[in-house]
Write a protein of this length. Structure first.
Lengths: 363, 363
């Protein structure tokens, strides 16, 4: 990728996403000498006082930020959300039970396919209809759990009106990879949420799981150790050597979110950035986003050009201006801008400015 | 940990292990701007040209260094060796088959317990006897595979005379976490080896799997995607978002090993460091290592003090001199010095000097 620009680079990658600069600068120092240990943050023992301290601090900050009730466990595990899409059915589905899934896009579909390896699945809602009408989900009374994906990163569909979830005794489970920490969340609506860290709170290769202790009691016994939530809870997420550096980076990210004003402020910013961008798209005849306003994603904003023969030129010119990673997932084509927590408002403004100029030139 | 010393710190952690300084310095720069992309190495897309290039280079360097035959696949996966201890039986063991395991210490035992979740296990050799007499292993003709752990990090037991492995058509599988890249290896003696990266070649949270394509054909079908070697082979290790930064660091480490002279040079160094240290122990009445010479580990060198009431003082004084992480695993007690690839000879010399002085003062 050639950079001909003099200006700042804004990276709209859907994950691994951007980091706040101050975290990168601190990490530069800690790579050489962490907390006066004389050794790199990469090489401190996961059993050392220094690591246990940073791990505890990360957990406490996450609990504070999300207002996680005391009866919910917090896990930091290897891998990303795809591992969790397997661990959830491995722990809570069995040959004799049934799970409900809501299918609102690419990642919902993948979670469903994964779960089918473990037991019987019933899809209780699909597409935009399901995303727009949470109260319409009819959950089977005997379902082991109901699974949903509140943000679909590729489709650009998102719902967060969780107060409209149907009343039910069935545990509610959500893949919150893109939503987590981007706004306030009433966690009591869920019994388990999981998230890959590489969007709103850290690097790739780490996932967060927050689960209700009551749900944990229902977990299948005699699971392979690495698949068992109970094993990881008992070991405080250090059953085996954890991804120590990733954990450290997430800890720094959580501190940053707190300093910025917590989830109320993240929510204000994510809404402001998204509205600004959709407003521009909606007033343009050159770019288009087809998702109904009520379920447009704040985090991943897909759009197409009027003439898709201009796609390649658009991406090349954007890249020259330091606006990178604007192509959507290979499965769908078109463009996508991801505005995760560390994307400043200035990045969105720079993107809109570029798009205006491009439109002027090629409309 | 308070550092009262003016001298360099040497970190003898058994993993996450130390990195060569030049890699840390390069990583400092790449954290801000990787390869002129204008964005951090943490935030480049795993689908970008830059990442695909670094991933391919890492794979090629590993293939060159270990002289990996073309019919062996190379995978870089989430998690550490503990995940692999589950993936191996998940892929190759079934209700109707039997696997052979050799139990030479702590990690062998854990691998056996993990495998018991998936099928029937027969332990065909145990303890020092098994480590000292590879040709004595009697492998069941119908075993799905035979699994061994050539280096036991906690016990300090290691064997590498793989030319003495019994002739057999049964696939040989090894946890090479500590051994890999520390010396030359005839990979054709094995059908699958796996290793956590955090010892001789990278950070924690990443593992390497090298497997014979013929063995892969025998893998169980209809596995959960994240558990399936075939899925990861088909996706070239990018089925889901990989641990991109960890992969980058491992790539840098592989380049470093190559520049140092490859595995012949790593083997010379690891032998030199270990012999120097054991020679000192064997000439001391104050420190002791009880492992028979033939199976002493080059990588993890456990020792005890004559009087274990001095343990705490020993660790405190060592730490003041910048010699850190010398306590052995919490399961066993005593001391342990790990000499992985990035531990310079000077570190071993500094440790011996300190131990001499400590002995003089407290003998």
């Amino acid at each position: 990728m050639v950079n001909l620009k003099n200006n700042k680079t804004y990276n709209f990658c859907a994950g691994p996403a951007v980091f706040p600069e101050e975290i990168l600068k601190k990490a530069q120092e800690d790579l050489i000498d962490y907390a006066n240990t004389g050794t790199s943050i990469l090489s401190i023992s996961h059993r050392s006082e220094e690591f246990i301290n940073l791990a505890d601090r990360a957990k406490k900050n996450l609990r504070d930020l999300l207002n996680i009730p005391e009866n919910y466990e917090i896990l930091f595990l290897h891998g990303g959300a795809s591992w969790q899409a397997a661990m959830v059915p491995a722990n809570f589905l069995s040959d004799n039970s049934l799970a409900n899934y809501v299918n609102t896009g690419h990642w919902s579909s993948k979670a469903i396919k994964e779960a089918e390896h473990f037991g019987k699945i019933k899809v209780i809602g699909s597409g935009l209809d399901a995303a727009m009408n949470l109260s319409g989900w009819v959950i089977d009374k005997k379902a082991a759990y109901c699974h949903c994906t509140p943000n679909e990163t590729i489709d650009g569909v998102e719902f967060d009106d969780f107060e409209n979830l149907p009343e039910s005794d069935v545990p509610m489970i959500a893949d919150m990879s893109s939503t987590i920490l981007s706004r306030e969340l009433d966690l009591t609506k869920f019994d388990l949420i999981y998230a890959g860290a590489q969007k709103n709170m850290g690097p790739s290769g780490l996932s967060v799981v927050i689960l209700n202790a009551e749900l944990l009691e229902r977990a299948n016994k005699n699971l392979s150790t690495m698949m068992s939530y109970q094993v990881h809870v008992d070991a405080d997420s250090i059953y085996n050597t954890p991804a120590t550096f990733s954990w450290y980076l997430m800890g720094e990210f959580l501190e940053w979110v707190k300093k910025q004003g917590g989830l109320a402020e993240m929510g204000r910013r994510s809404l402001e950035k998204a509205l600004m961008f959709y407003d521009y798209l909606d007033h343009s005849d050159f770019y288009k986003n087809n998702i109904p306003r009520a379920v447009r994603s704040r985090m991943n904003l897909p759009f197409v050009l009027k003439d898709n023969k201009l796609d390649k030129l658009f991406l090349t010119e954007a890249s020259k201006q330091g606006l990178i990673n604007l192509q959507n997932h290979r499965s769908t084509g078109g463009m996508r801008a991801s505005f995760y927590n560390a994307m400043p408002k200035e990045g969105v403004e720079a993107l809109i400015n570029f798009m205006k100029n491009f439109e002027k030139q090629y409309a």
